[in-house]
Ligand binder design. Structure first.
Ligand SMILES: C[S@@+](CC[C@H](N)C(=O)[O-])C[C@H]1O[C@@H](n2cnc3c(N)ncnc32)[C@H](O)[C@@H]1O
Length: 437
């Protein structure tokens, strides 16, 4: 095993570990991240080789890069002593490679002149390959962590690492810029933030050539994110207007075109999830979604609100055709409970996912009445992660489940219903002041 240094972005630190664990697992290996400290942007981990390092990093959204660690210290003397003591064997390997030096400073940085002086002090590496600033064979990186007390900026770092750059993340390669909602052709009030859509797909283990289904597609944020990772996205939504978009150049297809992933896009269909029309043998590898919770969009299912009034309507005939079989027929809709919809989602995933397939969805909760047992469970799905994104009085949680084989005996519970938790929508519009259930 070799030491590698991961440099994280300062974004959703509680999602970092699940993201990297999921990417490792997708590539059939695991590594220890139990010492991860969410307040720190650097972590040293042990991996077999560069190949593993590349596999967890190239898709990562919450990391910036990974480096083969050559040495570390709390000052430059310590750093150099450590490099000479532990990494002499590596000097020879890269002796003839062209190279350049790079600097990364967390909460501080060195001036140009200081950097030149620091580079001079690495002369003992005795590299002969020559400096090449554009496309060098290797990039050697000095990573510094400064401490900040109050408004004072420290001038000397408290930790320094030196390493060979193995892989920069897709975040560093500007994937967030590419998927930024401000530049996306078709968005709506329900469009999901690009960064977290991509993270959801990583933790949901959306993979190249695999079918990824979003049952509550809306404007298709998860579909385009999944295609970014090579998946074959398919979506459905009860509201045809969402899927149709706002014209030829402002719809879900236009978004795929914009990102150059049209050839992967399977399709979107208008469908009430609770009356799912997919063939039973249609293989779905992962499910990622943001179910409706009634704040920006209604939670409705097909059916009559007052069945007694609707009696006999199936016999209405227009121009010799049964009204409900005509192309222009608009289904009546009735309200539905979020708790029941989540139950349906878990049952669907339990039935349709392959063993090892993942379901990842977002669930809103009011902070003052959240308990772990609110999280819905299904006997064939193991809850892997419950990741909170906190707002003022409420949170949304990314819940990630994996389908287990029949030897796994979990418990099926409808958490929200069993706890008789007040409707999230009502509490949201009450500013979470009203606790009456
Ligand atoms: C929170 S939005 C999802 C937004 C989506 N992630 C996006 O990027 O725009 C939930 C979606 O679920 C849809 N929906 C509501 N009830 C549904 C049902 N019974 N079956 C399928 N879709 C439904 C709504 O029309 C809405 O588009």
């Amino acid at each position: 095993m070799k030491n590698y240094l991961i440099y994280f972005a300062q974004s959703y630190p509680n999602f970092r570990r699940p993201e990297l664990e999921s990417l490792a697992n997708l590539n059939n290996f695991s590594f220890d991240l139990s010492h991860h400290d969410e307040s720190k942007p650097f972590i040293v981990v042990q991996l077999e080789n560069d190949d593993q390092a590349k596999k967890i990093m190239d898709r990562s959204i919450l990391s910036r890069g990974i480096y083969e660690l050559w040495g570390q210290g709390s000052n430059y003397d310590e750093l150099h002593a450590n490099i000479k003591a532990t990494s002499q064997d590596k000097f020879e390997v890269y002796k003839k490679s062209s190279f350049k030096f790079d600097f990364i400073g967390y909460k501080g940085s060195k001036s140009r002149e200081e950097r030149v002086e620091i580079i001079q002090n690495f002369k003992y590496l005795a590299f002969e390959g020559g400096v090449r600033l554009k496309n060098p064979d290797e990039v050697f990186t000095v990573l510094e962590e400064y401490s900040v007390s109050g408004m004072e900026k420290a001038t000397t770092p408290r930790n320094i690492w030196f390493g060979r750059q193995v892989q920069l993340s897709s975040r560093t390669e500007n994937v967030l810029d590419k998927y930024d909602l401000r530049r996306r052709k078709y968005i709506g009030t329900t469009s999901f933030d690009a960064e977290l859509s991509l993270v959801t797909c990583n933790i949901g283990q959306v993979g190249p050539g695999k079918v990824c289904y979003d049952p509550f597609t809306g404007t298709g944020s998860f579909l385009v994110a999944s295609a970014n990772f090579g998946a074959l996205p398919i979506g459905s939504d009860i509201d045809v207007r969402m899927l149709r978009g706002k014209g030829k150049n402002c719809n879900i297809q236009a978004n795929f075109k914009q990102y150059g992933t049209s050839t992967q896009f399977l399709d979107v269909l208008t469908m009430d999830f609770t009356n799912n029309a997919f063939r039973k043998d249609f293989v779905i590898d992962s499910i990622v979604c943001d179910p409706p919770y009634g704040v920006r969009e209604g939670l409705k299912v097909c059916g009559a609100k007052h069945p007694e009034k609707a009696e006999g309507r199936e016999n209405i005939v227009i121009e010799g055709e049964k009204a409900h079989l005509r192309r222009d027929f608009i289904q009546p809709k009735k309200p539905y409970e979020l708790s029941d919809l989540l139950d349906d989602l878990l049952f669907f995933a339990g039935e349709r996912l392959p063993i090892g397939g993942r379901l990842a969805f977002w669930m809103p909760t009011a902070n003052d009445d959240f308990q772990v047992n609110l999280i819905p469970q299904h006997e064939q799905l193991e809850l892997l992660y419950n990741l909170e994104q906190e707002f003022n009085k409420w949170s949304r949680r990314l819940l990630v489940y994996v389908k287990r084989d029949e030897t796994y005996k979990g418990k099926t519970t409808n958490g929200l219903k069993s706890q008789n938790i007040a409707n999230f929508r009502d509490r949201y519009f009450n500013g979470f002041n009203d606790q009456s259930k």
